[in-house]
Design a protein around this ligand. Structure first.
Ligand SMILES: C[S@@+](CC[C@H](N)C(=O)[O-])C[C@H]1O[C@@H](n2cnc3c(N)ncnc32)[C@H](O)[C@@H]1O
Length: 185
């Protein structure tokens, strides 16, 4: 299992992203080493990699340079702090999809929703309040309450939702997560 293996949730829903006819990139928000955005590039989707950590963005560029058919021309990079106290970090209707994995900053949720174009999709998976039984994170700011993710997207078409314990995508451990795949109406 490589740290660049994509999330199972994303691989199960890549057709949903591929079938979008919106001519805008997919945002990999708080992308880390880019495992999910790189998977989208491999499926010929344009991706905007965004993270606060410039080294993560350099790592992604390095990873792309390692493989021949990398679709690197479809990638763009954005070093950004999503926790600045401003209301317009994310521009309205600027992405066909936003994917967020293992990151939560509640004040950003409305901006995430408005940054997706109508008909576009959000794919979100992060830890719930059950997670401290299994490992980090333990801070409540970083943990979704029961039903919270579905509630955030209650005015969208919910294509998939899950809340419970599953095997980690990147380690031989269990983790408590909530997942959603939802389409903006
Ligand atoms: C647990 S990692 C998840 C990485 C990736 N989404 C994944 O699942 O592989 C959390 C990421 O959030 C980024 N991050 C943390 N605070 C941030 C902020 N204020 N603005 C942007 N990115 C941030 C970190 O640099 C890190 O790459």
């Amino acid at each position: 299992m490589s740290s660049l293996s994509p999330s199972k949730l994303l691989s199960q829903n890549i057709e949903t992203l591929s079938s979008l006819t919106i001519n805008l990139p997919v945002l990999d928000l708080a992308c880390g080493a880019g495992r999910n955005g790189i998977f989208c590039l491999q499926h010929a989707l344009p991706v905007r990699f965004a993270d606060i950590n410039q080294d993560n963005l350099k790592t992604i560029k390095h990873s792309l340079a390692q493989c021949e058919k990398n679709n690197a021309d479809l990638a763009s990079f954005w070093c950004v702090d999503f926790e600045q106290n401003v209301s317009d970090i994310l521009v309205e209707n600027s992405f066909s999809a936003v994917m967020v994995f293992r990151y939560l900053h509640r004040p950003l949720m409305d901006q995430i929703k408005s940054s997706v174009a109508t008909g576009g999709v959000v794919i979100y998976e992060t830890f719930t309040t059950e997670q401290p039984q299994y490992g980090r994170p333990k801070r409540s700011d970083f943990l979704l309450k029961s039903g919270e993710l579905v509630e955030f997207f209650s005015d969208w078409e919910i294509l998939h939702s899950f809340e419970g314990v599953k095997k980690s995508d990147t380690a031989e451990t269990q983790e408590a997560v909530a997942q959603i795949v939802a389409r903006k109406l």
